[in-house]
Design a protein around this ligand. Structure first.
Ligand SMILES: Nc1ncnc2c1ncn2[C@@H]1O[C@H](COP(=O)(O)OP(=O)(O)O)[C@@H](O)[C@H]1O
Ligand SMILES: [Mg+2]
Length: 253
């Protein structure tokens, strides 16, 4: 399954969900590839040794802009079965460079994935906080979209625009079978605001909302700074328990 983790809003838990969902699937024995399509390279910084800077040539920039083979940039991580295609800060210019490109600017990632798809059971794509061409590349390349929504005030703003963009990708034949796999409520707290957001999400998206609620849990952030996932860093934490449940739900969908 190829899953893009998307919400054009920043700080909603996309990268955290990408890392922990991918790690959880890898720990279940699946071969998993994480694609860090965000120029901020959060996932890359967490999972690749910070002393070894990823060279531009060995990053997704080279794959998206110069058609360099994706297989040449994939690296192992400390987690068995989990591999990463690293980002690079230069990817921040890729949206502009792509907008001037003439051939298949929305299908660069899709094409790059074709020769390596069979090597992985699951591919998880982390996307930048925008609906630009990099995110469109993710929508064209994936089968399903997972949308994390942070359970705070203004949680729902932008979701209509996101749905419209997904609809546009389907209509223009870029990816006619694209589907929303699910909406994931993140940063959940036992407050009225969180409960309201959850209620509104369930009213609006119905069954598409995952049963699993990802709690606000500082351990999730600490795991990043320890360059690992939540299952290794704090297996008994509420964050680990929740992401484990999410892995189960994703496998059922
Ligand atoms: N459930 C959570 N509880 C507490 N902190 C979280 C949680 N999810 C993410 N964070 C932290 O919040 C920040 C934003 O999360 P991140 O996953 O990077 O969001 P995005 O990729 O959508 O911008 C990061 O510092 C991350 O460590
Ligand atoms: Mg992110």
């Amino acid at each position: 399954m190829i899953i893009a983790i998307t919400n054009q809003k920043g700080g909603v838990g996309k990268s955290t969900t990408a890392i922990n969902l991918a790690a959880g699937l890898a720990m279940e024995g699946y071969r998993v590839l994480l694609i860090d399509l965000d120029p901020q390279a959060n996932i890359t910084k967490v999972l690749i040794n910070p002393d070894e800077e990823v060279p531009l040539q060995r990053s997704l920039y080279n794959v998206i802009i110069n058609f360099y083979p994706l297989s040449n940039i994939i690296q192992e991580t400390k987690t068995t079965n989990l591999f990463i295609a690293p980002s690079h800060i230069r990817l921040s210019g890729a949206d502009l460079e792509l907008s001037q490109a003439l051939d298949n600017r929305s299908e660069r990632l899709k094409r790059a994935l074709l020769p390596i798809m069979k090597d992985f059971d699951h591919i998880i794509i982390d996307t930048p906080p925008s609906l630009g061409l990099l995110t469109i590349n993710a929508f064209a390349a994936c089968e399903k979209v997972l949308i994390p929504v942070s359970a705070g005030f203004f949680a729902l703003t932008g979701l209509v625009q996101l749905q419209e963009t997904i609809g546009m990708v389907k209509q223009t034949q870029l990816n006619p079978n694209l589907e929303i796999m699910g909406v994931l409520c993140t940063f959940y707290e036992h407050t009225n605001v969180s409960r309201d957001v959850e209620k509104q999400l369930r009213e609006y998206f119905g069954e598409q909302v995952f049963e699993t609620l990802i709690p606000k849990n500082i351990r999730l952030e600490e795991a990043h700074s320890n360059h690992t996932n939540i299952f290794v860093y704090s297996p008994a934490s509420s964050g680990a328990v929740a992401y484990k449940e999410l892995v189960k739900e994703v496998l059922e969908r």
